[in-house]
Design a protein around this ligand. Structure first.
Ligand SMILES: Cc1ncc(COP(=O)(O)O)c(C=O)c1O
Length: 400
């Protein structure tokens, strides 16, 4: 039985029909959230016999008919104890959830498995997306599998591998000067509304796939949540989704408290959420001309879900911090040399943030800390090589 009941704007509380395709609240210009009949209850013991992928939380996902499920085995990525670094930092427990092991090499697989399944269930045939890279690869894979047409728009300054893997799957990529915001504008200018817009949080389904990270974290840690989660934030679906899962599990009685402080990491050339968090305001101001970075997924000058991201950080008593490309490269090497794990730049940013936050006393030795490596380092080889070649100077993208 599916517990999905409706979609709702968290600002005006208008409800939306779950049997029709929905986008966002046009009144408040705000994302919609999927709501479930959690009071009907669901026992976590149901999970024990199910396959280890994100669809084991089936009742808590907004798909009505399994016939439309479009899956490549996404989810249930490992949580790895970081024994060496944990000891060096005198940390009670330091862990990594490694999302690089998902199909198409990133956590974006979860959101797009969910969204493409829903799009198929609702009978749509064409989708489009602006992307910093990883979401494009996932759209191409899942749309192809579901026999749905896709178009992908990405900033020119994206490693070429992201264009290549989309095109190998037969999906055309439009490279656009500027940032993901410019790619979104170009998409809007070129496509009519027969193409369903999968932009971050402009539709409510991707978030539901991403939230399965939160369910997994609880289940894998024997229903004891960590004290701190550090998450690299661009559009913010990962951070919002994990916490949404925690709140749903609390309503279901699967967990008692939510002790977890959600920490958002951005890059110092593009840190709208960090700036808004420090100023204490509800909305983030768009960053004009954000600096290039090796962490493409974090070059998001304005996030549609800014309010939800900031709410999540604040209600969890978390924090937000910016790191530099040089911090990221240093963290990437240090991490790899101690743990044998090659983090993507966004993942390395979480370790750079962890080191800084321990120095500032915002993480104490007694905390149990979970870092999220959101994607595969191997897709960023071009960025890393260029950065190294430039002698640790600010990135100049020679290939674009
Ligand atoms: C590897 C990686 N990490 C983090 C992010 C940011 O994710 P979110 O939009 O959930 O904040 C992205 C987005 O493109 C990404 O590709």
């Amino acid at each position: 039985m599916n517990l999905f009941s409706h979609l709702e704007c968290p600002l005006c509380h208008t409800t939306y029909d779950p049997r029709q395709i929905q986008t966002y609240c046009h009144e408040d210009f705000h994302p919609l959230l999927a709501k479930y009949n959690l009071q009907l209850g669901l026992s976590k013991s149901n999970l024990s016999s199910r396959p280890h992928d994100m669809w084991r939380y089936r009742e808590l996902l907004p798909l009505n008919n399994d016939q439309f499920k479009t899956s490549l085995g996404e989810g249930f990525t490992p949580i790895i104890d970081l024994n060496t670094l944990g000891k060096k930092h005198n940390q009670r427990l330091l862990m990594l959830k490694d999302e690089a092991l998902n199909p198409t090499g990133s956590f974006k697989a979860r959101g797009l498995s969910m969204a493409i399944s829903k799009v198929k269930e609702l009978g749509l045939r064409k989708v489009s997306i602006p992307t910093a890279g990883n979401a494009g690869s996932a759209v191409s894979a899942y749309a192809t599998r579901a026999n749905i047409k896709a178009k992908v728009f990405m900033p020119k300054l994206t490693p070429n591998v992201f264009q290549l893997d989309n095109e190998i799957m037969g999906v055309h990529v439009h490279k656009v000067p500027g940032t993901i915001v410019d790619a979104a504008q170009s998409m809007k200018n070129q496509l009519d509304d027969t193409w369903f817009d999968l932009s971050t949080l402009k539709e409510p389904y991707r978030l539901e796939g991403k939230k399965t990270m939160g369910y997994e974290i609880a289940e894998q840690l024997n229903w004891q949540l960590p004290d701190v989660i550090i998450y690299p934030t661009g559009g913010g679906t990962g951070l919002i989704g994990i916490y949404k899962a925690f709140e749903e599990m609390q309503a279901l009685g699967w967990i008692k408290d939510i002790p977890t402080r959600m920490i958002s990491v951005q890059v110092d050339g593009c840190a709208p959420i960090v700036q808004a968090y420090i100023k204490g305001v509800a909305h983030a101001k768009k960053i004009e001309s954000p600096a290039p970075t090796i962490a493409n997924g974090l070059r998001v000058p304005s996030a549609f879900g800014d309010r939800l991201i900031l709410d999540t950080i604040r209600k969890s008593k978390g924090s937000a911090i910016a790191v530099s490309d040089s911090d990221i490269m240093h963290a990437m090497r240090h991490f790899a040399q101690n743990e044998g794990i090659f983090l993507c730049p966004e993942g390395a940013a979480t370790f750079a943030a962890y080191e800084e936050l321990t120095l500032e006393g915002l993480i104490s030795p007694d905390d149990q800390v979970l870092l999220i490596n959101t994607g595969s380092a191997y897709k960023y080889i071009e960025n890393i090589m260029e950065y190294e070649l430039a002698g640790f100077q600010p990135l100049v993208h020679v290939l674009n």
